[in-house]
Ligand binder design. Sequence first.
Ligand SMILES: [Zn+2]
Length: 412
Amino acid sequence: MEQAVSPGGIGANLAKLQDTSTDAQIPSQHDSSSTQEASLSGHSPEVAKRYARTKISLGILGTLVFFALTLVLVATGATRAVEDFVRSFVSNNYIALLAFAAVLGSVEIVAAFPLRLYSGFLLEHKYNLSNQSFPAWVWEGAKGMFIGLLVGTPILLGLYYCLRTFGDSWWLPVGAIFFFVSVVLARVAPVLIFPLFYRFRPVADGEIKDRLVKLCRMAGMSVKGVFVFDMSKSTKKANAAFAGIGRSRRIILGDTLIANFMNEEIETIVAHELGHFKLRHVWAALLVGTVNTFLGLYVTGEVYGASVSWFGFSAIDQLAALPLLGFWLGVYSLVTGPVSNMISRSHERAADRFAVLLSGKKEPFVNALRKLAVVNLSDTSPHPVVEFLFHSHPSIEKRIRAIECISVDVKQ
Ligand SMILES: [Zn+2]
């Protein structure tokens, strides 16, 4: 779901589609700074495999570090010491909670920093995937963290309030809060959060704009305009998406996409995004996410309630015990991750099919996907187990094979 945006995860969301240095079709929109850098065609499939493997290993390592750190802090009594320390000068429970979270959050940031630096910055540069300077990377991370704080603080306070007020049934109101926040975020993020990271300008009248507006009209969707944003300032990756709702809905294209893809390739990529919209994948994902949230909170609540006493805590709303709740929530999402990935992959397949049937263009779509695969350094045929566990999109090879099986009147 390229449209679903989480705070701080914008980079990751935008990183689904990648660019390459091939035929730029729109001289007026051509951004020379992004084309001159984006030459990755020299990378072999082995290099792509190595990059994908490193990324996955680092992801697994990061998760293990988080779990181990949390368990160590809880089991050694460190969280208890932090709680005592905080309570020695704060009497209000909620302020104590925020101070407690600030201390533990800082520990997490410091502990995870080397991995984040390596995976998010050094590795991207090593494989020539990033345009970002180190200060720009830090600044983007700081902005993401700030938005995370802005969204996370009320959620944390609400969670704590529910734990104190509703006892064992805390998961029900907390699930409602999560649902509310995810709906609001999905609406608000493209309008309020996106512009904090990127600058937008309208795409001038011309062939690409006409094509895309016509495509949307064919699918029965009205769009307000086509905009380009300065993705090339931070990455060589490229993406397209729909932003806004109702009459204010617009198409947004990364400048890297415009600079490096043929018009008809961009058309098929936008048609794929259109597929997600017309097939109501956003709503399906929201529904699945909601069920998953309530179920997850309930199951986690049961396990958490049982496990507080293992570590000698007296109540579920004890500050020192709360990281344990985070631990179990992490375990739950790790276990159910493959299920959400499976649903996501089926949505991707449906959107691919929609794109081909709507645009009537198989070859440009296949070319676009191949380009993305080459420069994205995506592993085009990952091990099936790896794909099942970790991939939200089917492998490029599988997508191309499926597209080639669709029978269609080819339009020119
Ligand atoms: Zn998609």
